[in-house]
Design a protein around this ligand. Structure first.
Ligand code: IPE
Ligand code: IPE
Ligand code: MG
Length: 228
């Protein structure tokens, strides 16, 4: 692990929960449940190896199109996850932050999110960023509105300061599980110069070992940022 370049910001599209479950003759929701366990494992691992930001796509602005029962299950799972996670965040010095339009969630869930952010606000290790009712286009539209309201000049810095990810450095590594090779409206601005990795593994089967392999591969990549 010696000459590994540890990225500052890793973003993940945690995909394949439903297919993982179906292949086992289970309901899609069983895949989400197992997926939440993997979120805990990967998050604490990122904290341990010194990554500063881990941004996880948990629910997109498009995911409301899913069957009502699945959406309800995901909302309950999120509330349960945050409730149980508080102790884990504090024990591991992890700060929690949410991005996305939270106004569409129930008041109970909104309060849970706000409380989790407040209670972990003085943690200084990893920041776990959950993308909740997040869509990159929606985020950019809301950012432009804020820019107007604040009467700010249109510059890259000012746009960045109005994005949900304000203050968070750009993505170094972007990983999508489950074999799909697309961004699905995720961090379009923030991924401008990220190194991308696509794996066939379904999210519930994603392991620290596979993550280590991605970090080694990242360490060998030459990032030119347009220069020579
Ligand atoms: C990702 O897994 C989790 C969410 C979108 C909440 P999916 O539920 O999209 O699983 P697949 O892609 O249908 O297998
Ligand atoms: C992206 O996965 C959203 C999350 C992982 C939360 P989807 O499964 O919703 O994306 P598409 O529909 O396959 O592009
Ligand atoms: Mg999917």
């Amino acid at each position: 692990m010696n000459d590994l370049r540890i990225p500052i910001h890793v973003a993940m599209i945690m995909d394949g929960n439903g297919r993982w479950a179906k292949e086992r003759g289970l309901k899609r929701t069983a895949g989400h449940k197992k997926g939440a366990e993997v979120v805990r494992e990967i998050t604490t691992y990122c904290a341990k190896i010194g990554i500063k930001y881990l941004t996880l796509y948990a629910f997109s602005t498009e995911n409301w199109k899913r069957p009502k029962l699945e959406v309800e299950y995901l909302m309950k799972l999120l509330d349960k996850y945050l409730k149980e996670e508080l102790k884990v965040y504090l024990e591991n010095n992890i700060k929690f932050r949410a991005i996305g339009d939270l106004s569409k969630f129930s008041k109970t869930l909104q309060n849970r999110i706000i409380k989790t952010q407040e209670v972990t606000s003085s943690c200084t290790g990893l920041t776990q960023v959950l993308a909740l009712n997040y869509g990159s286009k929606d985020e950019i539209v809301r950012a432009v509105k804020k820019l107007n309201e604040r009467g700010l000049e249109v510059t890259e810095e000012n746009i960045e300061s109005c994005l949900d990810t304000s203050g968070i450095p750009p993505v170094d590594i972007m990983i999508r599980t489950s074999g799909e090779v697309r961004l699905s409206n995720y961090l379009l601005w923030q991924n401008a110069y990220s190194e991308m990795f696509f794996t066939q593994t379904y999210w519930p089967d994603f392991t620290q070992g596979e993550f280590d392999d991605i970090i080694s591969d990242f360490s060998r990549r030459e990032r030119r940022f347009g220069a020579v």
